[in-house]
Design a protein around this ligand. Structure first.
Ligand SMILES: [Mn+2]
Length: 195
């Protein structure tokens, strides 16, 4: 199998981002976005998806967390698109439910090349650390749009730290499953012949 890696840089007036990704890694990460809780979530995503991930973001946190979280998701989505290339042999579909104490997140994904996003649930507190809770939903949407994912997420609980962390873990596990190579499949998992 060829390497499934990517290195993507993205610079705008709002953020300056470098992401490297190895889909077939072992969960090593170096993350610095300037938002401690967001770093914790990306570290968790790497650990539970067994993705090697570096994220360096210099964003306009003097305004708020919006551009930083959104643009990291866009850049990470572009990295998945680049790393998965023609998506030959991948399982494509996956679903995971992950609990964290009272919270449960569900993630259903199709690496379809057809971006579509649905979200069911609310976060119990408005923010966690320096991250606005609704930006966790926006992260998933932006990842979906830029990695070409059909993505359905849901979350319930009483503690937003738990809710968001369960969501990132569920996203990691579902994407780990969906990106696995099925050795029986020599082509692309689509009757169209492409994804
Ligand atoms: Mn935590």
């Amino acid at each position: 199998m060829t390497d499934r890696t990517a290195a993507v840089t993205r610079t705008t007036a709002e953020t300056d981002i470098e992401v490297t990704l190895d889909v077939d890694g072992d969960g090593d990460s170096t993350i610095d976005t300037g938002i401690g809780f967001f770093d914790h979530m990306l570290d968790s995503f790497s650990t539970h998806g067994l993705f090697d991930l570096t994220v360096q973001c210099d964003g306009d946190l003097d305004i708020d967390d919006h551009h930083t979280v959104e643009d990291v998701a866009i850049t990470l989505g572009e990295a998945f698109t680049e790393a998965l290339d023609d998506k030959r042999g991948i399982r494509r579909f996956a679903d995971r439910k992950v609990p964290l104490d009272e919270a449960v997140a569900s993630v259903v994904v199709d690496i379809s090349g057809r971006p579509y996003f649905e979200f069911d649930g609310k976060f119990s507190q408005a923010s966690v650390g320096g991250m606005t809770s609704h930006m966790a939903k926006h992260f998933c949407r932006s990842l979906s749009m830029n990695a070409g994912l059909t993505l359905h997420c849901g979350v319930e609980g009483e503690n937003a730290h738990h809710e968001i962390e369960a969501l990132f873990k569920g996203l990691a596990r579902a994407l780990d499953d969906a990106t696995r190579i099925d050795e029986r499949r020599s082509d692309v998992a689509s009757t169209k012949g492409e994804l």
